[in-house]
Design a protein around this ligand. Structure first.
Ligand SMILES: [Zn+2]
Length: 381
């Protein structure tokens, strides 16, 4: 990690310190000063406040070069919790995470009508025996509706109603952005890393975390990877462009290429049928997914080059069964084509919980807003 210019201690310093402790797992005050460039007195004050607030705790000592043991500090996981709800087409996934992003509870229920979400929140948190005073809030994620860039008006109305009813902060976010923040938080990615996430869901989305904060763009529409064109005169797309990668590499494109009937079944189960066949030896199914992955790799290279990303995580329901096919294509393509390949590697990793990534990320958004504020959540939160 590069040493920073000595910043003045302020609200951003607290977020910086939480972020550095989180990504280091455990760290001494001396190392914190070295990594943040903040002065020892600033570090001591902020660390004391964070301990008093129950966000971090001392976890033991490490030997120092001069013989005096250094006390190590770490995030205190089980003291506060964030709740994430992911609204799928038919289901609602509810997740609770602790301050490290670790999942402490999960439930999938048939999607209730909007006016029953508050009741579902009460049932879910009561079932986990989470005291209300330790819950930092709720974030609700859904796919970005086309053509609006921002989460829909309905979600904003829902957010206002729920904030009032629950008496807690309620945020809304799109699935890909939330998933990126969740992977960033739980993988302990350093805030120095240019981090990206590709979310294979209903469409293809991307999320970016720069300097520890989600990058949202001018109108919360950053990360529309699915509508990056890979062919000047390619397939027509409802967005108005041609050759959008979503028309070649999304779950819907794979199902269409495989001619799997979707009648009476959901898109995701039709896709899973193809993905399961591909990873268990069906040559035709494998070719269809491998070709989709090849198309995605072309778009991924453009994304990596535009933003000089150092690490990309593949996630979302489309990466659950066939993620290895996509990851292999992306790795080999980036090794050959990434503009930065001689300066630094571009890591491509698979999410450990691709189906739950958006709900886990939603809960992580709540945790980050609570313990490392100052990441400009913006108008949607
Ligand atoms: Zn498009």
């Amino acid at each position: 990690m590069a040493r920073r210019e000595a910043p003045a201690a302020g609200p951003g310093s607290r977020a910086l310190i939480v972020d550095v402790i989180r990504s280091a797992a455990s760290i001494s005050r001396v190392e914190l000063a070295g990594l943040t460039g903040l002065t020892q007195p600033s570090i001591s004050n902020i660390v004391r406040d964070l301990i008093a607030d129950g966000i971090i705790h001392e976890v033991g000592s490490a030997d120092s070069v001069r013989g005096k043991p250094r006390k190590l500090i770490a995030i205190k996981p089980a003291n506060r919790f964030g709740i994430g709800f992911h609204l799928g087409p038919d289901t609602l996934t509810c997740v609770a995470v602790d301050l490290t992003g670790g999942v402490v509870g999960r439930e999938v229920v048939p999607r209730p009508p909007a006016d029953q979400l508050a009741g579902q929140f009460d049932d879910f948190t009561a079932g986990l025996d989470l005291p209300r005073g330790r819950i930092e809030g709720l974030a609700i994620v859904a796919p970005t509706p086309y053509p609006s860039g921002a989460p829909s008006e309905d979600l904003h109305t829902l957010r206002a109603t729920l904030t009032e009813r629950l008496g807690l902060p309620v945020m809304v976010e799109n699935d890909a952005a939330a998933a990126a923040l969740g992977e960033f938080w739980s993988r302990r990615v350093s805030r120095e890393q240019a981090f990206g996430c590709i979310y294979l869901g209903t469409g293809i989305g991307a999320g970016f975390v720069f300097g520890g904060a989600l990058f949202r763009g001018a109108s919360f529409d950053a990360g529309e990877l699915g509508h990056m064109s890979i062919a000047y005169d390619g397939r027509e797309c409802p967005c108005g462009n041609q050759g959008c990668v979503e028309r070649y590499a999304s779950m819907a494109a794979v199902v269409a290429d495989a001619s799997v009937p979707v009648n009476g079944t959901s898109l995701s189960s039709a896709y899973d049928t193809v993905a399961r066949a591909a990873v268990t030896g069906d040559a035709t199914a494998f070719q269809i997914l491998d070709r989709a992955a090849g198309h995605l790799a072309v778009a991924a290279t453009s994304m990596v080059n535009l933003l000089d990303l150092g690490r990309v995580v593949l996630t979302g329901p489309g990466a659950a069964l066939a993620g290895s096919i996509y990851a292999r294509r992306l790795r080999t393509h980036l090794e050959r084509t990434a503009h930065s390949r001689r300066r630094h590697p571009v890591l491509v990793e698979l999410s450990a919980q691709p189906r739950d990534a958006a709900s886990i990320g939603a809960a992580a958004l709540v945790v980050q807003a609570a313990v490392a504020p100052g990441h400009t959540p913006g108008p949607a939160s």
